[in-house]
Design a protein around this ligand. Sequence first.
Ligand SMILES: [Zn+2]
Length: 250
Amino acid sequence: MPLLDIHAHLDDEQFKPDLDEVLQRARDAGVTTIITNGLDIQTNRSVLLLAKKYHLIKPALGLYPDEAIRLVPSQLYEEIDFIEKNKNKIIAIGEVGLDGKHHKDRLDEQKEAFSLMIDLAMRINKPLIVHSRQAEQECIDLLTKKAPKKVVFHCFGGSLEQAKDIKRKGWYFSIPPIILRNQSFQDLVQLAGPDRLLTETDSPYLSSVKGKRNEPAEIPLVIKKIAELEGLSAGEVENIIYKNYSTLFL
Ligand SMILES: [Zn+2]
């Protein structure tokens, strides 16, 4: 079954020298789809260019919470227009959400921008790829109020109670290679069950090896770990994750 990386940043500086090799290793590992996420005005454009050049890269456009609050309202609305104009080229809205680690004091402004992004995703019928670091409950509350159906929590670090709530609402979690050395992700996988899971790398971040540049070729490691935790074969996990992906993105 084709393997999927639903959240990466392949336009990152760190991939400039050898992106062709990185993509070849991904293909060799069986990865057929890498959703590269925009973070701001500049990366939204570079993500579109990359997707035009490489067949296996699919673009998601968004505004990272830290970046969204840097824009004046006119820029914010212009960027939302830009994303909407490109709706036929993109597979999702991401990376969007809230961040309580940086700018906890500006959560209200972050919420305004995230709220506009949720409205946009619902208007153009695209899934949301959500960043929720240290603002998990605020993300859940805002999403619950707006009630979009297609939501993936990327790299979810909230409590198991919150994860249960997300699962009950029919939303998904994407699991990064750092799961190999992180017990919280292992607990999350067991709580969520295979039907609520997707795989991601967040490349160049969240590698299975501390300090190493991550890349989409690490996806088979995530599949193997999920299989072990769920008591399934790697093939079974691949099938279920592909089914989840089809339901959400295709
Ligand atoms: Zn990311």
